[in-house]
Design a protein around this ligand. Structure first.
Ligand code: 13P
Ligand code: SF4
Length: 328
């Protein structure tokens, strides 16, 4: 007897332990004309069965372009929601609906709407790591890949609200010389890197370069040899001549870094607790088993009211248009 429980946010179905889960996922994808999109922060096993692995921008672009009938999103809720916003007529499923995001949670719609109303002469640029409600209250969406170009493309006298990540906002303000109003949000994963432990690690590995995601706090970014989105960090390690890197972002990215550069050494930057590496607890709610069940039963599904979806779509389309103009 199988049990089905969706109130938990995932379908609780027993799996036959003798099946080859990788082969079954590949078969189901073919049969259902499904595309499996995965973020770099997913488990290595999930990345290995994905049709496309990317950062938030790459995933949104892929979701906008796909002709698959079913989109299986191995990432967190705001990413799958973005895919649904871009594909109202397609079914979009997420292995575990509880896969949220501390950054998206740090920007609730009601106070953000009030904040926006206090500054009617400001344009609102929101980082894609936010809910559909926040997207619907925004003028342009950005990701860590294109935030600098989007901010720099606005007229110099244009006042800007940047939400919800204050760390990325501060970094972009410094890079562009723009004075932006920042929402006070942050990512729990990138905020807990330990400056002291990174400094010690650098001393132990004098030849290693320290690379970091712009969601990290300013003192950590000031130590970095290179700062960029997950895709930018991966590309940097492929092209750069160093052979050792301390990586200041979620540990899932190390899987692709190691695959792309098998002879190089990648060390996860340590957080300010007793752990050696820094996993996102939301991203890691998705497992290969939940992914298989989700693909097989096409649940749990992302559902959005049409009015909210269409309002949230406009600033995402604006981002996609601008990114195409920037050659991204
Ligand atoms: P990117 O995918 O833009 O690198 O952002 C990382 C992240 O925190 C996604 O949740
Ligand atoms: Fe959200 Fe941070 Fe996890 Fe990315 S790493 S999903 S920003 S909590």
């Amino acid at each position: 007897m199988i049990t089905q429980e969706l109130s938990k946010g995932y379908l609780d179905v027993k799996i036959d332990p003798t099946i080859d889960i990788f082969a079954e996922i590949k078969k189901l994808k073919r049969e259902k004309n499904a595309i499996l999109l995965a973020h770099y922060y997913q488990d290595g096993d999930i990345q290995d069965v994905a049709d496309f692995i990317g950062d938030s921008l790459g995933l949104a672009q892929k979701a906008a372009a796909t002709d698959a009938s079913l989109i299986v999103f191995a990432g967190v809720h705001f990413m799958a929601e973005t895919a649904k916003i871009l594909n109202p007529d397609k079914k979009v499923v997420l292995p575990d609906l509880n896969a949220g995001c501390s950054l998206a949670d740090s920007c609730p719609a009601a106070p953000f709407e009030a904040f926006r109303k206090q500054h009617p002469d400001h344009i609102v640029i929101s980082y894609i790591n936010c809910t559909a409600e926040i997207k619907a209250l925004s003028d342009i969406i950005c990701t860590s890949s294109n935030a600098e170009q989007i901010v720099a493309s606005l007229p110099k006298d244009q006042k800007i609200i940047f939400a919800p990540d204050k760390n990325l906002g501060r970094y972009i303000a410094k890079k562009t010389g723009r004075d932006m109003l920042l929402w006070d949000g942050s990512c729990m994963v990138h905020e807990i890197f330990s400056l002291e432990r990174i400094v010690k690690l650098k001393a132990q590995h004098p030849k290693a370069k320290f690379i970091a995601h712009p969601e990290c706090e300013t003192p950590v970014l000031e130590l970095a040899d290179f700062i960029g989105s997950t895709t930018a960090l991966l590309n940097y390690t492929k092209k750069d001549s160093a052979t050792e890197y301390i990586v200041g972002t979620e540990t899932g990215i190390l899987h692709q870094m190691q695959k792309e550069s098998p002879d190089k050494t990648f060390i996860p930057a340590p957080p300010n607790n007793n752990c050696a590496c820094n996993d996102c607890p939301h991203m890691k709610l998705n497992t290969l088993e939940k992914l298989y069940i989700c693909l097989k039963h096409e649940q749990p599904e992302i559902i959005l009211p049409e009015d909210l979806r269409s309002r949230a779509e406009k600033p995402i389309r604006r981002m996609l248009e601008l990114s195409a103009q920037f050659g991204m």
